[in-house]
Design a protein around this ligand. Structure first.
Ligand code: BGC
Length: 247
């Protein structure tokens, strides 16, 4: 079945039509820069633009970079504080006229990887980490998602969320070498290992494509696989959620 998947991120809002039986995009992705500030009305305009672009009239699945419970944003992550408490699904439905299911963006990406990508057939505790504007995490146990696990929000030594220290946005802003950034990311993975003892890490987001350049700096012994669906995981996972009941 074809569904529209939309991935709202800190730097881009992307959409594509997805065949939910194969996990393949049926055409190109459309990217709109995330407005700054990413206030609800402006993000909503971008979402309307995507739905209109695809002339889409069916259910839409959307990954959103905050804690999502029953379609409501329970945090505002790295976007705009005006999202806190907003019924995101209802807002998008009102402006597009089509039904929306909105889930956490990392949970969506994890779902795509567990269904079609690196996580297929992996049991035990699998933790997907999406490295981008923030550090998004999705935890699966025997293939079952435990939603809204926010490990990027663990405090770092500085008392700030660790994603302010080890995301790829920070790498760019602080002009860190891949090695310097990798040591930070390694600190994060080792800390998560100590607390959750996952059986497997899957890492995604643009920087994961350079895994060969930084894997030598990762010191833990939990097996790490790169997300197979690369930057489409968020869109595909969002499409898989389309039409489902909200959590
Ligand atoms: C948010 C998460 C989100 C992650 C990646 C974090 O700032 O708290 O909910 O999954 O960014 O976008």
């Amino acid at each position: 079945m074809i569904k529209l998947g939309i991935d709202v991120g800190g730097s881009g809002i992307k959409g594509a039509l997805v065949d939910t039986e194969t996990g393949q995009l049926t055409g190109g992705k459309v990217h709109i820069d995330t407005p700054s500030p990413a206030a609800p009305d402006r993000v909503c305009e971008a979402v309307v633009e995507l739905v209109t672009h695809f002339r889409w009239q069916g259910p839409v699945g959307c990954g959103f970079p905050t804690i999502m419970a029953d379609g409501r944003a329970k945090s505002y992550g790295n976007i705009d504080e005006r999202w806190l408490g907003v019924r995101v699904d209802a807002l998008f439905e009102e402006h597009t006229g089509v039904p929306f299911t909105v889930v956490n963006d990392a949970d969506a990406a994890g779902c795509a990887e567990m269904t079609f990508g690196s996580g297929r057939g992996k049991n035990g505790k699998v933790l997907m980490v999406t490295i981008g504007t923030g550090l998004g995490t999705a935890l699966y146990y025997d293939g079952q998602l435990i939603p809204n696990i926010e490990l990027g929000r663990i405090n770092s030594m500085k008392g700030e969320p660790i994603e302010f220290y080890a995301s790829s946005k920070v790498k760019k802003e602080e002009n860190l070498s891949i090695e310097d950034w990798a040591h930070r990311f390694d600190y994060f993975l080792n800390h998560v290992d100590r607390v959750f003892s996952p059986d497997h890490f899957i890492i995604g987001g643009g920087i994961s494509e350079n895994f060969e350049e930084f894997c030598e700096y990762l010191t833990g012994d939990v097996p790490i696989t790169v997300a197979q669906m690369r930057n489409s995981a968020g869109i595909v996972g969002a499409a898989l959620a389309a039409g489902s009941l909200q959590r």
